[in-house]
Design a protein around this ligand. Structure first.
Ligand code: COA
Length: 189
């Protein structure tokens, strides 16, 4: 008997889930996809994974992006399940001849990862941006998000620029202290 088989004898073997082989289709997002897209994003974009506050995944964010530019919102569906999404927008800076396609949110369900789903979403988004005269495509993520960085680099994104966020605690600002005291006084009156 092979040593590997001897080792596992008597012990229940961990059951390996077969990967879902349902074909994945990339299509424009529809209004009825919104709850599923939001739920998937909620699992992927947790507070630890989104340390910068300027990026906030909530229902309004998805709704606003979809209402403003539904033509640059895509979903990946397997059967009737949303397994990935890409939400983008096209913008033009005032006084600039350049139009930018910004891929704002990209996500793939972990059980579908490394199967080329995000690559297909990005390729289709790229075509949508080109059709809308975008000349530069932008993506951004936290510098600690190694999988996303590896993914974007693999797809040819480069010219990485770092952006620094600065903050100040306003709780100790004299106006904030004065306001808290005023509110307390109003409550006790
Ligand atoms: C990043 C993410 C979108 C990748 O989705 P995906 O469908 O697994 O990506 P693909 O299968 O198309 O990967 C293409 C290539 O990218 C690279 N890549 C993807 N995920 C990677 C990982 N976890 N680690 C290292 N490289 C990775 C690989 O080179 C991969 O090719 P390979 O599998 O042949 O080696 C997905 O992991 C995700 O949803 N992450 C959480 C949300 C997020 O961070 N979004 C991006 C910022 S908004």
């Amino acid at each position: 008997m092979k040593p590997a088989l001897l080792k596992s004898a008597g012990r229940p073997r961990p059951r390996k889930r077969k990967p879902d082989t349902t074909p994945v289709e990339i299509r424009p997002m529809r209004l009825e996809d919104l709850p599923e897209v939001y739920e998937l994003g909620r699992k992927l974009f947790t507070a630890e994974k989104l340390p910068t506050l300027y990026r906030c995944w909530d229902e309004d964010e998805v709704m606003n992006l979809f209402s403003a530019e539904p033509e640059t919102c895509l979903v990946a569906v397997a059967g009737d399940r949303v397994v990935g999404f890409a939400l983008g927008s096209v913008m033009q800076k005032r006084g600039s001849a350049w139009r930018y396609g910004w891929l704002e949110w990209l996500g793939v369900h972990p059980s579908w990862s490394r199967r080329g789903v995000a690559s297909r979403l990005v390729r289709q988004m790229t075509s949508l941006f080109i059709e809308r005269d975008a000349r530069i495509m932008l993506v951004d993520t936290d510098e600690a998000n190694r999988p996303a960085l590896a993914f974007f680099r693999k797809l040819g994104f480069g010219q990485e620029l770092r952006h620094v966020y600065l903050s100040q605690n306003l709780d100790s600002h004299p106006e904030a202290i004065e306001r808290r005291e005023r509110l307390k006084d109003e409550e006790t009156d």
